[in-house]
Design a protein around this ligand. Structure first.
Ligand code: NAD
Length: 488
């Protein structure tokens, strides 16, 4: 698949670093080339050792930042073409997030990479021990369509910061963003160390047959299992950033108007197609009905009386997802929304009440603008509801009670737990981002990305001069045994 026509005419400054100068970027576009050859090319670049230098890493990160700044308009247009994403959400949820991730990484990289001295047990002294982070080699990043720029580039920031080469496989369901990434990444970054492979299942399958040093996958759990099985053949470690049903607990006594505004904002951004979006509300007692008018008012305040006309409201990615979502509209009493138009893949922000916990809308991740409200009598029932199901990517709660916060923290398991605001935890670069159980395996962002994309090597340096180790050499004697037991 050729992508050379995708990008604007002006190229950003070549930031590939001294080793890459003079390379013909267009000749290194991995699209249409053999997956094995792409991986071999990147492995060869890694073997030169140049990606290990901190200077190379910082050059790549600065070049990526410059690309995002210089081509912001083009990326914003691509995100609009793919998902009807507004310019504001294109910045706050995609471009700006990656820029922040780069800035945070550049600020702390030297410190994160400093070898860390660790103490040595008495029996082994004299000796010095430290841990050293080393790059893994060539990594594969497979990203989905819902945040097609952020979810391709935020892992790439970690991969490059850790000194790796990387193949990026964007989602074919966001073709405009995919084409732009394929056009620009090999031009802006070291083209021998970073490749973009566009395509769908056949192309990804061909990549997964190769031996990588890490596979970082974001998407659904069904494909996550395929990725993990393929990686297992090479004993390649994986990170799986998956999804699931993220509940929002609402307890009496909380400010319902503010809670409704924040839930509606977190749910309906990107037309509900966010992995961390509130999936359903677990409303305790009277909050179930009390929340309804507040949610309706919040949606109206954000998107107007006809959200189809709002420039700030997105569209469903394709007809398959549109049909899946509209089939869920009958699963409860319609509080607000429900309007839809297949031709434009518009589905209004929708709230369903009196939802049966066994209804189809409660059996799968909604991943769209439909918000079911489930009524539960008390906090015990809410906790029982959550713990009886798969561990969610995020758990949210609106409660005035410190005791409730303590109980939810101690008695439930989720990738993240956030009180008072959905989604925003992922913008805190000092927090890990990732799931647990069905919602994923591993974590990234900031220093956690460096952990994911590095090997922490144990280094021990024991001088030969003094040799108390002799105590451990045979022949063993009662005296040696007594001394060893005392030292260990
Ligand atoms: P998708 O369809 O774009 O698939 C993701 C990637 O997998 C794509 O690059 C695609 O080409 C590839 N792929 C698809 N089928 C494959 C196969 N059979 N073999 C190999 N590769 C294949 O995206 P999606 O899975 O629909 O994404 C939505 C899901 O992702 C939701 O469950 C959502 O919650 C989750 N998600 C999680 C996060 C997170 O950070 N945890 C972020 C976004 C989305």
């Amino acid at each position: 698949m050729t992508t050379d026509t995708a990008g604007p005419a002006t190229l950003p400054t070549d930031a590939a670093g001294t080793d890459a100068s003079g390379t013909d970027a267009s000749g290194t576009d991995a699209s249409g080339t053999d997956a094995a050859a792409t991986v071999a090319r990147l492995n060869a670049a890694f073997a030169t050792g140049r990606t290990r230098s901190i200077a190379w890493r910082k050059t790549q990160l600065r070049a990526l930042r410059r690309l995002l700044t210089e081509q912001e308009a083009a990326f914003t247009a691509a995100l609009h073409a793919d998902l009807g994403k507004s310019a504001t959400e294109a910045y706050t949820g995609e471009i700006g997030l990656v820029v922040n991730e780069i800035d945070h990484t550049l600020r702390h990289l030297d410190r994160w990479l400093r070898p860390s001295r660790v103490p040595v047990p008495l029996a082994l002294r004299p000796a010095r021990a430290r841990t050293v982070r080393e790059p893994l080699g060539t990594v594969l990043i497979i990203s989905p369509w819902n945040y097609p720029l952020q979810l391709a580039l935020a892992p790439l920031v970690g991969a490059l910061a850790a000194g790796n080469c990387a193949v990026v496989k964007p989602s074919e369901l966001a073709p405009a963003t995919s084409a732009l990434l394929a056009h620009w990444l090999p031009r802006a970054l070291d083209p021998q160390a970073v490749a973009v492979v566009e395509g769908a299942v056949p192309e990804t399958t061909a990549l997964l047959e190769q031996r990588f040093d890490h596979v970082f996958y974001t998407g659904n759990g069904t494909v996550g299992r395929i990725v993990m099985a393929a990686a297992a053949r090479h004993l390649t470690p994986v990170t799986l950033e998956l999804g699931g049903k993220s509940p929002v607990v609402v307890e009496p006594g909380t400010d319902l108007a503010t809670a409704a505004r924040r839930i509606a904002w977190g749910k309906f951004m990107n037309a509900g197609q966010s992995c961390t979006a509130p999936d359903y509300v677990l409303a305790i007692g009277g909050t179930a009905t009390a929340l309804e008018p507040h949610l309706t008012a919040a949606i109206r305040a954000m998107y107007g009386t006809d959200p189809a006309k709002s420039p700030d409201y997105g569209r469903i990615v394709n007809e398959r997802h549109f049909d899946r979502l509209t089939a869920l509209l009958a699963d409860g009493r319609l509080v607000t929304g429900g309007d839809h138009d297949r031709a434009t893949r518009y589905l209004a922000p929708t709230v369903l009440a009196d939802v049966d916990p066994d209804a189809p809308v409660m059996r799968e991740e909604v991943f769209g603008p439909v918000l079911p409200i489930i009524r539960v009598p008390d906090l015990d029932a809410a906790i029982a509801f959550i713990t009886a199901r798969d561990k969610p990517l995020a758990l949210y709660a609106f409660t005035p009670s410190p005791a409730t916060k303590r109980r939810l923290t101690a008695e439930t398991s989720s990738g993240a737990l956030s009180f008072g605001a959905p989604n925003v935890h992922l913008t805190v670069p000092t927090l890990p981002f990732g799931g647990v159980g069905e919602s994923g395996l591993g974590r990234y962002h900031g220093a956690y990305s460096l952990d994911t994309f590095s090997h922490t090597k144990a280094v021990l340096d024991k001088p030969l001069a003094a040799d108390p180790l002799r105590l451990a050499y045979p022949p063993f004697t009662p005296l040696k045994n007594r001394l060893l037991r005392r030292l260990l």
